[in-house]
Write a protein that binds this ligand. Structure first.
Ligand code: GLU
Length: 417
């Protein structure tokens, strides 16, 4: 796993190098933007329910703050590595830049398996992690948020621990909070809603009718399940297949997204949903659909399966699901891949709104949040599409070009390079 994540990090760095060269940026900018500014590794002791103490490894990596404070989620995952967190931190810098947010990029992670931990253990883990990283985070410094296997409850504990250390309430130090403790309306489905706005724009560009379009979704957590609901209920798509870490399900006549959510809540997985046929995660990616949404983990679309993918649009709700080589191969075949730093930027955009509301102690309603989110996502999509058409490159390369040029300009204006 370590090697795989190191290879991923090297690939992210070479993609950045390529983009810096294409933009004719100077050597100093290229050298600075390809690596994180700060990295912290911490040991996180936790008293377990059986009375023993376990020490987990955690990270907080701050990639670049030229455009504003570092921003990015915290993942709890058994296969987390420092290199994965480096990639994710880099993507946050690029994501905030593509979305035009006054924020930089960072990411955190703890190597743990939350599925095997009790609620009490998870609370102690969350609080202990904050006790290790608190000097580096804060509303003007670095603002964490949820990511894979972290949720609003975990964020509430982290905010509470930080506030206890500082001695006063701190809603602006973290986003993705539950609404009663300073969360924003519309944060829950923001990643998916933002992704759906980019899919609508992509379909308009390709002149595809979304009504009746077939969709397959890998991953049925927050991003995947809300995407299924929004695409079926608001865009008229047919969800033919979904999956999670335990397996997948398929029904060519369409799955009811909300019923699948309820079934997963009850049984712990989408697998075995009544009236569906089973299929594997690998099979799901290669189904004959119009839209494919990888909404789980990184590294699932590679040169091994890229040529078997039949979708016309791939919307990357997950971070890093497609390798650089597979992205180019898909682009050559005419598949429109909406890259992660654009497709899933809705989450951090509403996090930005939540941060602003927290700083002002002034709250917006859901309709206001949605209007602002639609504006951010539509503008971001259009500037990336324009760049891609102008330079005849994939949307991913174009998104990197838009993002890196903005960050590079900020670095230059600040006098860093
Ligand atoms: N974890 C999400 C992402 O990768 C959201 C980050 C945030 O809200 O700061 O974009």
């Amino acid at each position: 796993m370590e090697d795989k994540s190191f290879a991923l990090y090297c690939s992210v760095q070479s993609q950045l190098d390529e983009v810096c060269d294409a933009l004719k940026l100077d050597a100093g900018t290229k050298a600075y933007i390809r690596q994180p500014q700060k990295e912290l590794t911490v040991s996180v002791p936790v008293k377990m329910d059986d009375g023993t103490t376990r020490v987990f490894t955690g990270f907080r990596i701050q990639h670049n703050n030229a455009c504003g404070p570092y921003k990015g989620g915290i993942r709890f995952h058994p296969e987390e590595t420092v290199n994965t967190v480096r990639c994710l931190a880099t993507w946050m810098t690029l994501k905030c830049s593509v979305a035009g947010l006054p924020l930089g990029g960072g990411k955190g992670g703890i190597v743990c398996n939350p599925k095997e931990m009790s609620v009490g253990e998870l609370e102690r883990l969350s609080r202990s992690y904050i006790r290790q990283i608190w000097p580096l985070v804060g509303p003007d410094q670095d603002i964490p948020a949820p990511d894979v296997y972290t949720n609003p409850q975990i964020i509430a504990w982290m905010m509470d621990e930080y506030s206890a250390i500082k001695g006063y309430g701190n809603p602006g130090m973290i986003t993705g909070k539950p609404i009663p403790v300073g969360g924003s309306a519309g944060r829950g489905d923001a990643t998916s809603r933002g992704g759906v706005y980019t899919i609508i724009e992509a379909a308009r560009h390709l002149k595809i009718d979304l009504k009746g379009a077939k969709v397959a979704i890998q991953g049925y957590g927050n991003a995947g399940s809300f995407a299924a609901i929004l695409l079926s209920e608001e865009a008229g798509c047919t969800i033919v297949a979904v999956s999670d870490s335990k397996g997948g399900i398929c029904n060519q006549n369409g799955l009811n997204a909300r019923e699948v959510v309820a079934y997963k809540k009850k049984t712990g997985s989408v697998a075995g949903f009544p009236g569906s046929q089973p299929l594997s995660n690998a099979e799901l990616l290669e189904l004959g659909v119009d839209i494919l949404l990888p909404a789980a983990l990184e590294g699932v679309i590679t040169m091994e399966n890229a040529s078997n993918i039949k979708a016309t649009i791939i919307g990357e709700l997950a971070n890093g699901p497609t390798s650089a080589e597979a992205n180019e191969a898909l682009h050559q075949r005419g598949v429109l891949v909406i890259p992660d730093i654009l497709c899933n930027a809705g989450g951090v955009s509403v996090s930005y709104f939540e941060w602003v509301q927290g700083l002002y102690h002034f709250w917006w309603n859901e309709a206001e949040v949605r209007t602002k989110l639609a504006e951010v996502m539509t503008n971001a999509f259009r500037s990336v599409l324009e760049m891609s058409l102008k330079h005849q490159v994939s949307l991913r390369k174009a998104a990197y070009m838009v993002a890196v040029s903005r960050v590079a300009e900020a670095m230059k204006l600040r006098g860093w390079v």
